[in-house]
Design a protein around this ligand. Structure first.
Ligand code: UFG
Length: 331
């Protein structure tokens, strides 16, 4: 196995799996803007061809089958975003998550090992923790995922830990909390939308009549669930720093959130402010599996990566998502 030498940081060759999806496309765009050479591998099962950023080479293909062939060219690192990521779907059809997330990631890790790719940054999730014992949530909290989505991501984290220890991989897992916002023309667009901010903005743009608030009797100040919304550009900054700080033989894990909690009502109110639309909201039953409060402690990322989230204001996050939504509306 031949390891490429650690590259100069101003120009590296990177494989971005899932670079046609929401977070993957935004991060790929940041990497291209930073001067890196980026190849996107995506099967377009949930991503979009036109979301692959300008300046990236695009390979359409199945991760498990195509990763080896692509990595054989020689890369300085992999950013692994490709995954299934719907909690509800994972409960109904867990086989998709064990196959598409765990098995496919094992194939990727094997290709990384075979071709001596030195670095890996992986999209992990707050869903690896499950119902938190303490809030804000630090990385040494117990990991007890409450659904197959979170369990599949945790299994991959464990695989990565063992590959770092046994094979010298320099690896970082980033555990995202609630990613939101957009980066210009790169943003969130799912065939089936389940996330709060895009749904609320669909009401503002006339695509839905009202937003449902899943429960108003939670043990929180206004009765609705609290989440930690992180701007996707801040997330992309963390990926660039993670690449730079990855150390051979070490698997570092960092939570990424803004460290502030906003309730469902507060999110809807911010969307009203940004859009000027009244956004009708109705109370609906609680959604199965929702914890009342999820807020990250990002102290480790701040200390070790010198990461500082810059766009923590809710109206900034919603404003960027709203511009993205409006730009996509038919004129
Ligand atoms: N919500 C509503 N109405 C909706 C949609 C969502 O009230 O129409 C509420 C949810 O109940 C929750 C909050 O808005 O309280 C945020 O929900 P999202 O679906 O936007 O996000 P989640 O917190 O459920 O999920 C996020 C990530 C997952 C990750 C999870 C756990 O999207 O990938 O956090 O950290 F697994």
């Amino acid at each position: 196995m031949v390891h490429r030498h650690p590259p100069e940081e101003d120009h590296v060759k990177l494989l971005v799996t899932g670079g046609a999806g929401y977070v993957g496309s935004v991060c790929a765009a940041h990497l291209v803007e930073a001067g890196h050479e980026v190849v996107v591998l995506d099967d377009l099962s949930t991503g979009h061809r036109d979301a692959v950023p300008d300046g990236c080479r695009f390979v359409e293909g199945d991760l498990a089958e195509a990763a080896g062939g692509v990595l054989a060219e020689g890369f300085d690192g992999v950013l692994h975003f490709a995954a299934r990521s719907l909690v509800g779907e994972s409960v109904q059809r867990p086989e998709l998550y064990w196959e598409g997330n765990v098995i496919a990631s094992l194939r990727l890790l094997e290709a990384i090992r075979e071709h001596g790719t030195p670095r890996l940054v992986f999209s992990s999730t707050a869903a690896t923790y499950g119902e938190p014992e303490q809030v804000p949530i630090p990385e040494d909290s117990p990991t007890r995922p409450t659904n197959p989505y979170g369990a599949s991501k945790l299994a991959i984290d464990h695989m990565i830990t063992s590959y770092a220890a046994a094979h010298g991989l320099a690896a970082v897992s980033l555990r995202y909390f609630n990613v939101a916002g957009a980066h210009g023309r790169y943003g969130e667009r799912h065939a089936v939308e389940t996330h709060l901010i895009p749904i609320v903005l669909q009401v503002a743009s006339g695509q839905r009549d009202a937003v449902q608030m899943f429960g108003d009797d939670w043990d929180t100040p206004d009765g609705t669930c609290i989440r930690d919304y992180i701007h996707v550009d801040d997330l992309a900054d963390a990926h660039k720093l993670a690449l730079q700080h990855a150390e051979p033989g070490r698997h570092a894990i960092y939570n990424l959130g803004s460290g502030q909690g906003f309730s469902v009502r507060e999110v809807i109110e911010a969307c009203r402010t940004v859009t000027g639309h009244p956004i009708p909201a109705v109370t609906a039953p609680r959604r199965a599996g929702d914890p009342a409060v999820l807020v990250a402690s990002s102290a480790r990322a701040q200390a070790e990566l010198a990461w500082r989230p810059q766009r923590t204001d809710l109206t900034t996050i919603v404003g960027d998502a709203w511009r993205f939504t409006q730009d996509r509306l038919p004129v």
